[in-house]
Design a protein around this ligand. Structure first.
Ligand SMILES: Cc1ncc(COP(=O)(O)O)c(C=O)c1O
Length: 386
């Protein structure tokens, strides 16, 4: 047996940022420090209230499989949080808990797509959608999103497509851009999807992390929309692997059957303790993290133009800043490697997020402290001035 046995569907693109992490780890072994601006996760841990519940659950419960659709109390907590946050009436029956939101995407795609169905998504965008869809044999329709629309898709872009896609994915705040889709535009997209029989999948993973702009849920505009969320980002519980989707009534049974075979359930300890992530006590702690991301954002917004990196997507929220580096390179991956080796600053190469133009962009993370962001800009400034 050899690699020739591998399926065509397994031939997905690697996540290039992982190669950066390898470089950073090698440097650490050599005793060299690196400022990490390439991570896609909070550096903070789970809220205190969650840790407390986890300690209790470890000793008091066998922590066997939960229900396939998720721990009922967690589903109720998500529904109550979603209803209160967005002023909608979300029923726990429509909330399905998954292994991270990654698990929700696989299940949702399986539930709505057949081989060859097309899915429209924004470019630049989160690479896993593309990779999962490719592995499932779906056709990807790129919606090229630039500065004119603040890197977000519009209903007009969907209307201009030669064929109606089976599904559309929107991500707000975006990865890698951090831009937030205007509620009015999200409403237009939801209406367009309803009118054209297209399933709207709204990735709301970075909700809670806004620096002022309002974030709307797609479920406010259509009960046919699938909304996806996670404990990984705002809730600061990346490795606990809990996500969810809020789905129309008609999808629940199919998803239960699929998830019963795909995963059985998300990690029980994370679900039980995760209920406490939706408490006021946890929110008070988590909002402080967002204030730190905002501080780092302000440093980048002030410093980047001074060092010759004046073209970027201004993040409205989320964890990232998307920077045009075309004046310095046409190969962002090689350039990012050079930055690590020469000045000890690790950024994520843009090719991961945009196969067409990403060789001229990089993504910076707002998870670094403001002090690290300032030092990274100083080093970058020196490097670019050489
Ligand atoms: C836009 C977006 N969606 C989904 C995910 C998956 O996150 P998780 O599976 O941890 O919920 C990520 C992770 O970085 C992301 O950036």
């Amino acid at each position: 047996m050899n690699a020739a046995q591998l399926s065509n569907r397994s031939q997905v693109e690697p996540f290039r940022v992982m190669r950066m992490l390898d470089l950073v780890q090698r440097r650490a072994r050599e005793g060299k420090e690196t400022i990490m601006l390439c991570a896609g996760q909070p550096e903070t841990g789970a809220p205190e209230a969650v840790l407390h519940e986890a300690e209790i659950a470890l000793r008091s419960s066998p922590l066997g499989y939960t229900e396939v659709l998720g721990d009922r109390q967690l589903r109720e907590a998500v529904a109550a949080w979603h209803s209160a946050t967005y002023g909608v009436d979300t029923n726990a029956d429509n909330v399905i808990v998954t292994t991270g939101s990654s698990g929700a995407f696989v299940a949702a795609f399986l539930a709505v797509l057949d081989q060859g169905d097309s899915v429209a998504l924004s470019c630049p965008g989160y690479p896993a959608y593309r990779n999962i869809l490719g592995a499932l044999g779906a056709q990807i329709v790129d919606l090229q999103c630039g500065e004119e629309t603040r890197f977000q898709p519009t209903a007009a872009m969907l209307e201009a497509l030669p064929e109606k896609p089976k599904a559309v994915i929107v991500t707000s705040p975006g990865n890698p851009t951090g831009t937030i889709i205007d509620p009015a535009e999200l409403e237009r997209i939801a209406e367009w999807c309803d009118l054209n029989g297209t399933v709207l999948i709204s990735d709301e993973d970075y909700h809670g992390m806004s620096f002022g702009r309002p974030t709307a849920t797609a479920r406010a505009y259509s009960e046919n929309a699938i909304t996806v969320g996670t404990l990984s980002k705002y809730f600061s519980m990346t490795g606990w692997r809990v996500g969810w989707m809020i789905v129309p009534d008609y999808m629940v049974d199919a998803l239960e059957n699929l998830l019963g075979s795909l995963a059985l359930c998300a990690p029980a300890i994370s679900q039980v303790a995760g209920r406490a992530a939706f408490t006021l006590e946890a929110a008070a702690e988590l909002d402080q993290h967002v204030a730190v991301y905002q501080e780092t954002r302000e440093v980048f917004l002030a410093e980047l133009p001074k060092i010759g990196l004046g073209t970027f997507a201004e993040p409205d929220g989320g964890l990232y800043l998307w920077v045009d580096v075309s004046d310095y390179t046409q190969d962002s991956e090689a350039w990012a490697r050079e930055l690590v080796e020469e000045i000890g600053v690790a950024v994520a190469p843009g090719v991961d997020f945009d196969p067409h133009h990403g060789n001229q962009w990089v993504r910076l993370s707002l998870c670094a402290s403001a002090a690290d962001a300032r030092e990274a800009c100083r080093r970058l400034g020196e490097f670019l001035a050489r």
